[in-house]
Design a protein around this ligand. Structure first.
Ligand code: AMP
Ligand code: GLY
Length: 426
């Protein structure tokens, strides 16, 4: 039985959850997290390497006999870390969880992902794309568009690139600003999309490029304020399973979206061994794709992995070898909830370095660290989203009671969390 020295890239709550799950496997001999946070430290060794510094990663991999690489965030993938490994003799055989640059374009370019969905007949909102060269056509198009109008920066914009405009004037201004560099190169191209009204949920698969395995679904709470109000964040909490995603919905999701996506990648000869995250909106029971991501979600991972019974290292080994077809996914029937503690001011400006206390009071659940660091032997805040409190329970209310109690037990100056995560599903 092969054991692995694993290098996990990233530093969020998602990576803490990955580290927690990977370290439970007998097949994990060593685990390194680059750069990690104060939580990943308890499951492996943090190494101060930036996930975008491919040359430093290469050196570390070779010096430490790493034989499995797992990429958490999208940016290294979109910048082509898989292709970097493939281009090097000593690296190309190393099991690598994460798609090629071409595959990561599903997330890296909204325009490309829309074209991909059109090519493969995958249900999504109608759209047009514009650049500064076609600004006049774009402005004319907006004038005849029904309200609201969804404008999306084509490239990666740290979750801020989607703007829903309630008036034509707002949409015109937004389009001009985006094409003028509001999100830098990411908004040199703008996608104008039909607005879909419905309820959102997320689905995750692991694919080896031939077949796929479906993981538990989740619902994310993106807005900062209770009752889904205020600006978008990276995610304030998550719940899995999602009660309204029933068998009928699953059948539609798999037949209309998952299968054609994996088949489409295969037909287009796009190497993909890793996660695909499907963001869905259910419009009167019909699933439409609103986005693809080329990685797991955060905070969705913090509720998906605690419900996954399989050994994650074994699953990754099958994924890398192309033998995922042999695997049966086993899921914990219980519900998982995650409530995120964030820094005061987030998603706007916030302060860092606040001492975190009460971690020892967390009971009946797990505190997954996101924006934390160790400073002079103390755990301090180091980001907007600080800690996700995950609990499992026989149902959503039971799990939520634990997550909320633990959310109250942890203290730091400026702490904020939403008290209504999952309430809409009860
Ligand atoms: P994204 O960054 O693509 O996840 O989009 C952020 C959020 O914008 C989504 O979670 C949705 O709430 C919303 N959104 C994106 N596209 C649409 C659409 N076509 N219709 C309605 N809402 C949308
Ligand atoms: N929670 C949404 C994301 O990870 O993109």
């Amino acid at each position: 039985m092969t054991t692995f020295n694993i290098l996990l890239l990233g530093s969020g709550g998602r990576e803490h959850a990955f580290a927690w799950k990977l370290a439970q496997s007998k097949r994990c001999s060593k685990l390194f997290i680059a750069p990690g946070n104060a939580g990943t430290l308890t499951h492996g060794q943090n190494v101060p390497i930036n996930p975008l510094d491919f040359a430093a990663i290469e050196n570390f991999v070779l010096e430490n006999q790493i034989n499995m690489v797992v990429v958490g965030p999208e940016e290294p993938l979109v910048r082509g870390i898989w292709d970097y490994f493939q281009a090097r003799e000593q690296l190309k055989k190393i099991p690598f969880i994460g798609p090629s640059k071409a595959g990561a374009t599903l997330e890296g370019s909204k325009a490309w992902s829309k074209q991909f969905m059109l090519r493969h007949n995958i249900p999504t909102a109608g759209y047009q794309e514009f650049t500064s060269e076609t600004l006049d056509v774009g402005l004319a198009y907006l004038k005849s568009h029904t309200l609201p109008i969804v404008l999306k920066a084509d490239g990666l914009a740290a979750g801020k690139g989607v703007v829903i405009c309630q008036s034509h004037t707002e949409a015109e201004t937004e389009m001009r600003e985006m094409l003028d560099g509001k999100f830098g190169a990411a908004s040199a191209r703008v996608v104008v999309e039909e607005f879909l009204s419905g309820i959102e949920f997320s689905v995750f698969v692991l694919t080896d490029g031939k077949t796929y395995k479906i993981l538990p679904e989740a619902k994310d709470y993106k807005r900062i304020g209770e009752g889904d109000t205020g600006p978008n964040t990276g995610g304030m909490g998550a719940v899995s399973p999602v009660p309204f995603v029933d068998e009928i919905m699953w059948a539609k999701v798999e037949e209309r979206v998952i299968r054609p996506t994996v088949e489409g990648l295969k037909k287009e000869k796009i190497p993909y061994k890793g996660f695909i995250f499907f963001g869905f909106i259910s419009v009167s029971g019909e699933p439409f794709v609103i986005e693809y991501n080329c990685r797991m979600g955060d905070p969705e991972t913090e509720v998906v992995l605690p419900r996954l019974k399989n050994d994650l290292v074994a699953l990754f080994d099958h994924c890398a070898r192309g033998t995922l077809g042999r695997v049966k996914i086993r899921t914990d029937k219980r519900s998982a909830t995650a409530v995120f503690l964030v820094s005061g001011g987030y998603p706007g400006d916030y302060e860092k370095g606040k001492v975190i206390t009460g971690l020892d009071k967390v009971k009946g659940g797990t505190a997954f660290h996101a924006g934390t660091a160790v400073k002079e032997a103390e755990c301090v805040t180091a980001g907007g989203r600080v800690i996700a409190l995950t609990s499992l329970g026989k149902d959503i209310p039971t799990a939520l009671r634990n997550s909320n109690r633990n959310a109250k037990a942890i203290q730091f100056e400026g702490k904020y969390f939403r008290r209504d995560i999952g309430k809409d599903l009860i």
